[in-house]
Design a protein around this ligand. Structure first.
Ligand SMILES: *[C@@H]1O[C@H](CO)[C@@H](O)[C@H](O)[C@H]1NC(C)=O
Ligand SMILES: *[C@@H]1O[C@H](CO)[C@@H](O)[C@H](O)[C@H]1NC(C)=O
Length: 995
């Protein structure tokens, strides 16, 4: 009876409280965009308890809400702190991976006194980290990874009492890691990776976190040595300090951390000896990556005796042998040791007991044979042994290794026949055997290698026919076998290779005629059959290979006329010399540029000098001798004349210089013109461009050379745009000193500044003239077709080298400040040079000679996003601008434009890649046969335009990456996944961090 009364009294309050929580939750629902309808059962009307609502959990006794898990639900809107924290018993909140897009409301959140678990990772939160967050004393788990939090980590975070997990990875946090973090003695995981922190040391106080299991500080701007206090972290399981600038030796006490399973120290500046002792205590260790440091010494035996899964020590200075013990590891699937000085043989049993998938020992001094059981577990995919001294043959056991995808054995001392069945491995996509002594023929079994896209056999002793079965390799893009002894005729079936982009069999003994039907090789870009014994006519069909760019048939026995249809091609390289061709030269090739293309064809007539001047060889030879007799003395006289003229000229110049008091022409190179000559030519007829910093004129000087003259316009009222010769002298405001620095720069990819002239009320910069104008003008004009991919790639590389020089090789370093396609100029061969660097700074010197950096921060579409909040321009902003130029080259699009709406090119590329794929990003004018390379370069462009400055690679790194794309043996199609896989160090980038 009493009980009943009690219930009747209590019931309303219980219902009331439930209703109230439903109301709060329902209001939360209303604050969100809910495209997936996850809130559809959050309804008030049927009086259901919220405890059944999606993602909601209640206490089983009190029925009050304790947990809300709306992770991965695609909801969008502000974080509903004030409502959430009215749920008195709420302990667990997860909005992981949604679009929560507000700041973290400080005071409201602090009302959540009972909160234990707060997961807001992977949202769109902004603003600073509330310093009062540590007042949530119950909090054990705080994950704010993957948001846009800015500012520093508050020192007050040291006051958390129970926090076990702190995740702040991938935000925009700055400052350094506060030492107070060392006070959170409960902490088990400290994850701060990928934030643009300022350079700073690992606080020694971290060593107080004796409960720490995970210390993840990748890419945190860390410098200095690893503090010795960390040796106290004896519960540590995962230690990741990669991608920082830590230096000094790898701490020898590392081997005291006996619980560690994973050590990641790659891409730092560690040096000194690899720790030798104590590894046998580390029985939990499974993965070690110390790659890309400067560590010396040998690989410790104790390390190799552990049951490792992955050992990455590439790009260090390790020497000595690979301990045999590694072969006994029952779990080893990854072994990457490339780029060291390791020697000796690989352990005989390597692969026998381990499920090896990837092995890369390239660029070492290994010798001996490939271990017979390397594929012993049948899962081997990649074998890279480039550039060692391996010998012997490909083991017969490889014939059964059907898992193989990539085999690269170039530049070794391998010999013998390639096993017959090995040729036909069904998944193999890349087989590269360049520069060995392999012999024998390509077996007919190659018909089975249906995934082969690159078959590179150059510089061996292969012989015999190229089998007809090659026609089955419908994925083949690169087919290269130059410098071998292949003989017989070209297989008729090659016309089936519709993907073929490059065929290079120069220096062989091939004979017979061209097969008919070559017009089907629609993607053929490069055909080199020079120095064989081929005969018959050059098929007219070659003229229909619209992307053919390189054609070399020299040194054969081709006869008959040159097909006029060759005129349809846009060839960069044409060589038909030393054949038996006759008749006329197609008119469009009768140009000086091709004068060497037709030599040594006695029957050939054309307008090119030297050809067709006499059928009588003996007589011609006589002429040649006579000519030489006359020519040699003539050259001598000429040289002597030039030298003496130069001496006189120099003396004249010296004399003149003494008397130039009224001029202020500052020259940085030997000049033979004066300012008046330049000034006179500055009329509007000669105007070739104008930009924010002034007008540019082309001036042809009396010596015949052309110069580009930039007339600087300034904010200063004193500048007289007319450059009146009568005006007063320009006051010295630091301009000259600054310009002098620029004038001293000499680099092949930087436009040379010949002189500057400040005499007559105006400032002129005289540059070398670049005949093909600016990249921007060309790329975005109707003439963009002139820029095929090889040219664009070259331009990117040239520009990168120029910019890298400014950043890394000038003292003090020069920040360009206005890098853009209009500031990349092209010479006669479309080589690129960087122009206008530093000028932004020069013209920004105000009258008092002080710099104001704020005015020019770059051009629209090229300005790095961080400028919006830092208002600073540094190297990283140049790198962003460079990235934009790369995207321009890849897409052919302008950096900004109405078509992008609110976005710019960078955002457009990212969005289009996501939504439609790479084919919608690449400029349709570019030949699709370059897609592999283009996509690699695109990746570099995207990396350079990373929103976080710290993620952008240095220009030096960019140059290296670009070289690796075009690099080595031009393995253009090395793999097909479109990932960035540079030539040798391909695996370095597979870490997902090419920085
Ligand atoms: C946050 O997202 C909501 C829902 O998509 C949107 O309406 C609102 O404008 C966004 N707020 C901000 C600051 O971006
Ligand atoms: C987050 O920061 C990145 C890089 O600065 C920026 O591109 C992005 O738009 C920001 N997102 C939000 C929601 O602020």
């Amino acid at each position: 009876m009493h009980l009943q009364i009690l219930f009747m009294l209590l019931l309303p309050t219980l219902i009331l409280s439930i209703n109230q929580e439903s109301l709060y939750l329902h209001t939360i629902k209303l604050g969100f965009d809910d495209p997936n309808g996850v809130f559809s059962n959050w309804n008030l009307h049927d009086n259901s308890s919220p405890c059944n609502w999606y993602g909601v959990k209640c206490d089983s006794l009190t029925r009050s809400v304790t947990s809300i898990d709306l992770s991965n639900t695609n909801i969008a809107g502000p974080f509903p702190a004030s409502l959430l924290c009215r749920l008195k018993y709420i302990k667990y909140v997860s909005f992981y991976n949604n679009s929560i897009n507000s700041t973290l409301p400080v005071e409201e959140l602090c009302a959540c006194k009972s909160l234990v678990h707060l997961d807001l990772a992977q949202n769109l939160l902004v603003g600073s980290l509330p310093s009062s967050l540590a007042e949530l004393h119950e909090l054990k788990y705080l994950d704010l990874t993957g948001n846009n939090f800015t500012g520093e980590i508050p020192a007050s975070f040291g006051a958390f009492r129970r926090l076990e997990v702190l995740g702040l990875v991938e935000n925009l946090l700055t400052g350094t890691i506060p030492p107070e973090i060392g006070n959170i003695s409960s902490l088990k995981q400290l994850n701060l990776s990928y934030n643009p922190f300022s350079p700073g040391r690992i606080p020694p106080e971290i060593g107080n976190l004796t409960n720490l299991e995970v210390l993840w500080l990748t890419d945190c701007g860390l410098i200095g040595e690893v503090p010795g206090t960390l040796r106290g972290l004896n519960k540590l399981v995962n230690l990741d300090l990669s991608l920082n600038n830590l230096y000094g030796p790898i701490p020898s006490w590392l081997t005291e951390l006996t619980s560690v399973e994973q050590i990641e120290l790659y891409n730092n500046s560690f040096s000194g000896e690899f720790p030798v002792n104590g590894w046998s205590n580390m029985t939990s260790l499974r993965r070690v990556d110390v790659s890309m440091n400067r560590v010396t010494g040998s690989i410790p035996n104790g390390l190799c005796e552990l049951p490792l899964e992955s050992l990455n020590l590439y790009e260090n200075q390790l020497y000595g042998e690979l301990p045999v013990a590694i072969a006994n590891s029952p779990n080893l699937y990854e072994l990457k040791l490339f780029g060291n000085s390791l020697n000796g043989t690989l352990p005989e049993d390597l692969g026998k007991f381990s499920p090896l998938v990837w092995i890369d020992v390239s660029n070492n001094e290994f010798s001996g044979e490939i271990p017979v059981n390397l594929c012993g577990n049948g899962v081997l995919e990649e074998v890279l042994m480039i550039d060692n001294s391996f010998s012997g043959g490909i083991p017969g056991s490889f014939s059964q290794c059907r898992s193989l995808l990539r085999v690269r054995l170039a530049h070794n001392k391998f010999s013998g026949d390639v096993p017959v069945e090995f040729w036909g491995l069904p998944r193999l996509s890349l087989l590269e055997l360049t520069d060995n002594s392999f012999s024998g023929g390509i077996a007919k079994t190659i018909a089975g290698a249906s995934n082969l896209s690159a078959l590179i056999l150059s510089k061996n002793e292969f012989s015999g026919n190229i089998p007809e079965e090659i026609g089955f390799l419908v994925s083949l893009v690169d087919f290269v076998g130059n410098d071998n002894k292949f003989s017989g005729s070209l297989p008729v079936s090659i016309v089936n290779l519709e993907q073929l982009g490059r065929m290079d069999f120069h220096n062989n003994e091939l004979s017979g005629k061209f097969p008919s039907g070559v017009h089907s090789l629609k993607k053929l870009n490069e055909l080199n059959l020079a120095n064989n014994d081929l005969s018959g006519e050059i098929p007219r069909e070659i003229g229909s290979l619209s992307v053919l760019n390189y054609l070399d048939l020299s040194g054969n026995k081709f006869s008959g006329e040159i097909p006029v249809a060759l005129q349809n091609l846009k060839l960069n390289q044409l060589n038909l010399s030393n054949n038996g061709l006759s008749g006329g030269i197609p008119p469009s090739y009768a140009k000086g540029m091709y004068k060497n293309s037709f030599l040594g064809n006695p029957g050939l007539c054309g307008d090119i000098g030297g050809l067709c001047d006499g059928k009588d060889e003996g007589k011609t030879a006589g002429y040649v001798w006579l000519l030489r007799l006359l020519f040699v003395p003539a050259v001598l006289v000429f040289v002597v004349g030039v030298v003496s003229f130069y001496w006189k000229y120099r003396n004249y110049k010296k004399a003149k210089r003494l008397d130039r008091s009224k001029w202020t022409l500052t020259s940085f190179h030997k000049l033979d013109f004066n300012e008046f000559e330049v000034l006179r030519a500055l009329d509007e007829d000669n105007l070739i461009g104008s930009g924010s910093s002034g007008k540019v004129y082309k001036v042809v000087l009396s010596n015949g050379e052309a110069a580009a003259v930039k007339k600087l316009s300034r904010n200063s009222k004193k500048v007289d745009e007319s450059c009146d010769i009568e005006k007063g002298k320009y006051q010295d405001d630091g301009f000259e000193a600054e310009v002098e620095t620029l004038g001293k720069i000499r680099h092949k990819n930087i436009v040379r500044l010949w002189c500057c002239c400040t005499t007559r009320g105006c400032k002129l910069l005289v540059y070398e003239y670049m005949p093909n104008g600016s990249l921007g003008d060309l790329l975005h004009s109707s003439k963009s077709g002139l820029l095929d991919w090889p040219k664009r790639f070259k331009i990117a590389t040239d520009a990168a080298e120029g910019l890298s020089y400014l950043h890394h090789d000038c003292a003090p370093p020069i920040v360009h400040r206005d890098f853009k396609s209009n500031n990349i100029l092209l010479d006669g061969e479309f080589g690129a040079r960087v122009a206008d660097f530093g000028v932004a700074k020069v013209i920004d010197v105000d009258d008092k000679g002080t710099m104001s950096m704020s005015v020019i921060a770059g051009s629209c579409g090229y300005i790095a996003p961080e400028y919006a909040y830092t208002l600073q321009v540094n190297e990283k902003s140049d790198i962003y601008s460079f990235g934009v130029v790369v995207l321009e080259l890849v897409t052919g699009k302008l950096p900004v434009g109405p078509e992008y709406g609110e976005k710019d090119l960078v955002k457009w590329v990212c969005a289009t890649l996501d939504q439609k794929g790479i084919n919608h990003v690449i400029d349709p004018k570019l030949d699709s046969c370059f897609k592999e390379d283009i996509s690699k370069v695109l990746q570099i462009g995207l990396l350079c335009t990373s929103p976080l400055p710290i993620n952008r690679p240095s220009m030096r790194k960019v140059v290296k990456m670009l070289q690796e794309v075009g690099g080595g043996d031009q393995l253009k199609t090395a793999n097909t996944d479109g990932k960035l896989t540079p030539y040798y160090h391909e695996d370095a980038s597979d870490q997902g961090n090419v920085a």
